[in-house]
Design a protein around this ligand. Sequence first.
Ligand code: NAP
Ligand code: ZN
Ligand code: ZN
Length: 347
Amino acid sequence: MLTVNAIAAPSATEPLVRTTIERRDLGPRDILIEISYAGICHSDIHTVRGEWGEVPYPLTVGHEIVGHVREAGAAVTRHAIGDRVGVGCMVDSCRECDNCKAGYEQYCLTGNVGTYASVDRDGTVTQGGYSTHVVVDEDFVLRVPESIPHQAAAPLLCAGITTYSPLAHWKAGPGKRVAVVGMGGLGHMGVKLAVAMGAEVTVLSQTLSKKDDGLAFGAKHYYATSDPATFETLRNTFDLIINTVSAPIDMKAYLSLLALDGTLVSVGAPPEPLPVGVFTLFSNRRSFAGSSIGGIAETQEMLDFCAEHGIAPEVEVIGADEVNEAYERVMKSDVRYRFVIDVDSLR
Ligand code: NAP
Ligand code: ZN
Ligand code: ZN
């Protein structure tokens, strides 16, 4: 066992604190990663505050991890010592079910092993990336291209893949009108990725305060959802809407913005239900869907796509002692556009 420095939530209501956690000894297919940066996803906040259900406290969260391979088990073939690598929201899955075999490990029929708060193969509870090192099976470790700036790369492992996967699945591309609701960590990546795929992108944000940024990321249009006229102007407009909002939204209002055969995909995961009246779906034969992160091969595809298109998240790098303050700022939508912990501050 390796004892490493980390940040953990002691309970749903207390601030996160510095602590130490254990990492398992390397198995033959395991990799020891020295973490450089760990992104702060809103899912970390939902989780540590107990909004999604029971939590095994104390818990170290973090599933946007980038670092370097420091040790590799004897049977490791995919990564070498010194490689720059990443880990996202999963560290294992059954590998045998139909979904795993098809490359959809995120939809493993027995449940994938999450990077934190999951029961691992050895029966221990997984602990996430707000820590100096992590041990992960090589099949769940991604190659992070060197051309992506190191300190900006971590958020691709969740915010990047979670928006890339539905954009690719619902074929965002030339001739498609795509709206992104909420321009936070996921949302700003959704804008950049949809633009790179060739879609005409509209941002739907609560206010116009981030309009200049949205247009700089490549969006063609930017509307404030606090203005009721927005919903009149944009009725029956979009082929695809990606909802990244962490709180409930008025489903009827947003579904009304879909054109014929349009789909609203929620990746935002508020603990409360998002009620849908079927009559809003009848008009224009609309669909309402959900999407969860992406598979391992697809995550690699997304990383390579970002390298090829010169896309990277916008980050604010913080030290380990600024995490609680960062959580408060995320809650106020005061993030430009992802907080990333410099893990050197934990060593
Ligand atoms: P975030 O950085 O906090 O961004 C959420 C954005 O939603 C905010 O920046 C804000 O954008 C908007 N928003 C927040 N509260 C709102 C409200 N009450 N009404 C309307 N808009 C509001 O969070 P994130 O890290 O991107 O995560 C977003 C959601 O996705 C979370 O629920 C998270 O758990 C979930 N998630 C899901 C998956 C998945 O696999 N499906 C993966 C990762 C995260 P504006 O300021 O532009 O309005
Ligand atoms: Zn996440
Ligand atoms: Zn499976």
